[in-house]
Write a protein that binds this ligand. Structure first.
Ligand SMILES: Cc1cc2nc3c(=O)[nH]c(=O)nc-3n(C[C@H](O)[C@H](O)[C@H](O)COP(=O)(O)OP(=O)(O)OC[C@H]3O[C@@H](n4cnc5c(N)ncnc54)[C@H](O)[C@@H]3O)c2cc1C
Length: 335
C-alpha cells in the first residue's frame, strides 16, 4: 500500500498525514485547491489543548497531543510551538474541576503567571504543559518535511471527484488539471471532505461550524499564557499582537481592556469568521471507508491539537495495515 498515496487537502491535517507517510517511505502526492495552510488552519486560535479531557472516544488520543508535538519538534527543529501553559477561569458550574495535566492555583499564583491582570480570579485552572502553535508555520514545515522525504506537492490543484475502478476500489482522483491515479486516497479536505465523499456516494457527516478569530494590536508582554474565560480565548502571538477566539468584536475588545492593565490602547485589526470542520457528534472521523477499498477519511475538529498524533497514526494504518487502537473510537462506520 505504500505506492501511490494521494492526500487531498494541505491543511494541518493533510500536511501531517503526507509528512508522516512520506517519512515512513510511502510515495505521496499532496494536493490542495489553493495554498497549503490557507484553509481554516490559517485562522485558528491554535491552542494545543491536550489537558483536562477525560471522556469521549478521542480522550486517549487527545491525551497524547503534547508528547506528539514534542516528538515533532525533535523531527522538525524550529517548529513554531510555544509552551506557555494555559490559565482558565470563570467556567459555569461553580466548583473547580481539574482533569489530567491541570491543577487549581490561587490568586497569587495567577498574578505571578499573568502580572498585568487587574483583578486576578480567586482561583484558576492552570495547565502548565499546554502550548500553542503558529498553525500556518507548522503546516508549512510539515509540507517541507513531506517534500524532503520525496512527496510531490501540488498547490492550486482542486480535486473535483474521487475515482474508482471497475471493481469499486479507489483508483485516484479527478483534478482540475486532469486525472491522477493512486491506490490509496486520503480525504483531508476539512469542510470540503463531505462534498468530495459525495462524489462517490459516501456520506461523511462533517458540517461547517463557524468560529471567529480576532487579531489585535497590543503592547508587548501584556499576556503570557493562553488565557481562557467566559469572554475569550486569548494569547500573545508577537510583541505587538494578540489573537482571540471569541464572539463579538466590541465585547471582546472591552473585555481585554478591562481585564489587563496597560491595555487601553489595544486595537482591533481584523475579525475572520471561518468554518471549522465539525463531525456530527463532535468527535474525529479518521479511518478507512469500508464501502470503497483504498479510500480513507481524516476530518476533525481541534485538528491543530491532534494533527501530529493523527498524521502519525494514519500513516501507520496506511503503511502497516494495522488498526491503531487510539483511533478505534474515530471510525466513520459509527454513524
Ligand atoms: C477561530 C478558531 C479557533 C480555533 N481554535 C482551535 C484551537 O485552539 N485548537 C485546535 O486544535 N483547533 C482549533 N480550531 C480548529 C482548527 O483550526 C481546525 O480543526 C483545523 O485547522 C482543521 O484543519 P484541516 O486541515 O482539517 O482543514 P483546513 O485547514 O481547512 O484544510 C483543508 C484543505 O483542503 C483544501 N481543499 C478543500 N477542498 C479541496 C479540493 N476539492 N481539492 C483540493 N483541496 C481542497 C483546502 O484548500 C484546505 O487547504 C479553531 C478554528 C477556528 C476557526
Amino acid at each position: 500500500m505504500s505506492a501511490g498515496l494521494v492526500v487531498v487537502g494541505a491543511g494541518i491535517v493533510g500536511a501531517s498525514v503526507a509528512y508522516h507517510a512520506a517519512r515512513a517511505g510511502a510515495a505521496v502526492t499532496l494536493l490542495d485547491a489553493g495554498r497549503p495552510g490557507a484553509g481554516v488552519t490559517a485562522d485558528s486560535f491554535a491552542w494545543i489543548g491536550a489537558s483536562g479531557v477525560r471522556t469521549g472516544p478521542a480522550a486517549a488520543l487527545r491525551a497524547t497531543a503534547t508528547e506528539e508535538y514534542r516528538r515533532l519538534e525533535t523531527e522538525l527543529p524550529g517548529l513554531p510551538v510555544t509552551w506557555s501553559g494555559s490559565l482558565s477561569w470563570g467556567a459555569a458550574g461553580g466548583a473547580p474541576q481539574v482533569g489530567p495535566g491541570q491543577e487549581i492555583v490561587d490568586a497569587a499564583t495567577v498574578a505571578a503567571l499573568e502580572p498585568t491582570l487587574r483583578r486576578p480570579p480567586e482561583w484558576a485552572v492552570w495547565a502548565p504543559g499546554d502550548g500553542a502553535v503558529d498553525p500556518v508555520g507548522v503546516t508549512e514545515r510539515l509540507v517541507a518535511g513531506a517534500r524532503a522525504h520525496g512527496a510531490r506537492v501540488r498547490p492550486d490543484t482542486p480535486v473535483t471527484a474521487v475515482r474508482r475502478d471497475a471493481a469499486g476500489r479507489v483508483a485516484g482522483v479527478e483534478t482540475a488539471a486532469g486525472p491522477l491515479s493512486g491506490a490509496t486516497v486520503v480525504l483531508a479536505a476539512g469542510v470540503a471532505t463531505a462534498a468530495l465523499g459525495a462524489t462517490i456516494g459516501i456520506r461523511v457527516p462533517v458540517d461547517p461550524s463557524p468560529a471567529t478569530l480576532f487579531r489585535f494590536r497590543a503592547p508587548a508582554g501584556l499576556v503570557r499564557t493562553v488565557v481562557t474565560n467566559r469572554d475569550f480565548d486569548l494569547r500573545q502571538v508577537a510583541a505587538d499582537r494578540l489573537i482571540a477566539a471569541a464572539d463579538s468584536p466590541e465585547r471582546t475588545l472591552a473585555a481585554v481592556r478591562s481585564t489587563f492593565r496597560g491595555a487601553a490602547d489595544v486595537e482591533l485589526l481584523s475579525a475572520r469568521v471561518r468554518p471549522r470542520p465539525m463531525p456530527a457528534d463532535g468527535e474525529p472521523i479518521v479511518g478507512p471507508v469500508a464501502e470503497v477499498p483504498g479510500l480513507y477519511v481524516a476530518a476533525l475538529h481541534a485538528a491543530v491539537t491532534l494533527a501530529p498524533a493523527v498524521g502519525r497514526l494514519v500513516a501507520r494504518e496506511l503503511i502497516d495495515g494495522a488498526a491503531e487502537p487510539l483511533l478505534a473510537g474515530c471510525r466513520l462506520d459509527r454513524f
